[in-house]
Design a protein around this ligand. Structure first.
Ligand code: GDP
Ligand code: IMO
Ligand code: MG
Length: 429
């Protein structure tokens, strides 16, 4: 297996947590490399559900080193709550390390996220409201506060003073919002710093050492390719890079160290928040999928928009991420539908578009071209090999593979750790 990057091939919530947890059985280390607590990765082990926001999904196995890389933005309050919640459930977090270079989310980032969404009105992005965008803005503007700065009392004081002066001015003068009190934030964050300082390390050294000594390392992406700042449906995207290339930057390794990239996609498509979604189903089939698939956000509880599998997106994700394999999740959710559809291309003003367009104006006008498939009625949640699937489910999966142009290695047939069909053993591939 060696080094495998696991990314979301759609708009997030594809089941990256479950696939990471499944593959982590034979990994030594799991690294989160971008995003923040906008992510919600659900893992179900022996009937117990864990919702992880910042901590890598490998934490559920004892003895795996878990890393939060420099590309992640950390809300320390959320991280500490997550550590406590895992501890209470008997999960050891003693193998967690946090990058010195990861940036920190502050209350003013959350407020700025909210007031900027309010300002946009019906043009809003539908963010998770966790302060992700404003925290990455500060990082790019070179005024952000990193974990290494947070745990240095003097440095932190100076940086917080400088930031708060500007943020308070912005909040009051531009947005008509309220000021934040320095002492309150400083006091709270000094406590967070004390709690977390023992975990803060130069994690690039640790990850490179693991790779160089032949360890199996998984890189767990957050969000999905179509939420990528460069390659997603801009501006309806997140402020980081959920695509595979970011694993290098966000973990502090070179591209030559990556062996394989796995794209996780649902057997259909979902999206939370605003923005275009060509195969969206605004009818009762969409509602049926949402109810059966439990399609409500792990982080915000918002209903997820649901639609058919989109092969244009499959091909696009394959290209952007250099996918070696796909892991298709939630095939079981499609059981019982009489007819299924797969989008193979888009029609734009009478012409077939085979590639995903950059212009949202064009995308909004695109009509999906569908192929129709007969469904299956048999319960597939107990299937463990491809031959256990009904013929119609196999045909559907074959077409998903063909239109995406990427071999399917893993098929999810339920939320439990073992509810998986392994088509290609990724440890051997
Ligand atoms: P992530 O953000 O990509 O990790 O995905 P989420 O955890 O937000 O959403 C995926 C949801 O689908 C979670 O509730 C998982 O427990 C669930 N899930 C994952 N794989 C499967 C599957 O194959 N079948 C079913 N029924 N549920 C699945
Ligand atoms: P995981 O890792 C699905 C979406 C938000 C919004 C947009 C921008 O669980 O797949 P942000 O708060 O990041 O500025 O919001 O991105 N979004 C996600 N959608 N899954 C996620 O994470 C998401 N993280 C952010 O809904 O549309
Ligand atoms: Mg999620």
């Amino acid at each position: 297996m060696s080094t495998v990057v696991i990314i979301g091939a759609q708009w997030g919530d594809e089941g990256k947590g479950k696939v990471t947890d499944f593959l982590a059985a034979k990994a030594d280390m799991v690294v989160r490399y971008q995003g923040g607590n906008n992510a919600g990765h659900t893992v179900v082990v022996e009937g117990r559900e864990y919702k992880l926001h910042l901590i890598p999904s490998g934490i559920l196995y004892p003895g795996k080193t878990c890393i939060i890389g420099s590309g992640v933005v950390i809300d320390p309050e959320v991280l500490i709550a997550e550590l406590d919640a895992l501890g209470k459930r008997g999960i050891s977090t003693s193998n967690l390390k946090i990058s010195q270079r990861a940036h920190v989310i502050f209350p003013y980032h959350r407020r700025l996220d909210q007031v900027e969404e309010d300002r946009k009105g019906d043009q809003k992005i539908g963010t998770t409201g966790r302060g992700i965008g404003p925290a990455y803005m500060d990082k790019s503007a070179r005024v952000g506060i990193r974990m290494i700065d947070l745990i240095d009392e003097e440095e932190f004081k100076a940086l917080l003073e400088m930031n708060l002066e500007v943020k308070n001015h912005l909040l009051t003068a531009v947005y008509g919002s309220e000021k934040f009190d320095f002492t309150e934030i400083y006091g709270a964050y000094r406590k967070y710093a004390e709690t977390l300082s023992g975990l803060v390390e130069d994690v690039s050294v640790i990850v490179n050492e693991a790779i160089n000594s032949g360890k199996n390392v998984l890189f767990e992406g957050a969000q999905g390719t179509l939420l990528d700042l460069d390659h997603g449906t801009y501006p309806f995207v997140t402020s980081s890079h959920p695509s595979a290339g970011a694993a290098c930057l966000g973990a502090g390794i070179g591209p030559t160290k990556i062996d394989r990239v796995i794209g996780v996609a649902k057997a259909y498509t979902t999206r939370v928040g605003e923005g275009p979604f060509p195969t969206e189903l605004l009818d009762e089939t969409g509602e049926h999928i949402r109810a059966k698939g439990g399609e409500f956000g792990t982080t915000t509880g918002r209903p997820r928009r649901c639609g058919w599998f989109d092969g244009v997106i499959g091909r696009y994700s394959a290209r952007i991420n250099g996918l070696d394999h796909l892991a298709i999740t939630k095939l079981d959710v499609l059981t019982g539908l009489e007819k299924l559809k797969i989008c193979t291309g888009y029609i734009y003003r009478g012409d077939v578009l085979n590639e995903f367009p950059a212009s949202l104006k064009v995308l909004n006008e695109c009509e999906p071209v569908y192929e129709e498939f007969p469904g299956w009625q048999e319960d597939i949640t107990g299937a463990r090999k491809i031959s256990d699937l009904p013929a119609n489910a196999r045909k559907y999966m074959e077409r998903v593979e063909q239109v995406s142009g990427v071999p399917v290695a893993v098929i999810g047939v339920g939320s439990q750790r073992d509810q998986v069909i392994v088509v290609t053993d990724l440890y051997q591939a």
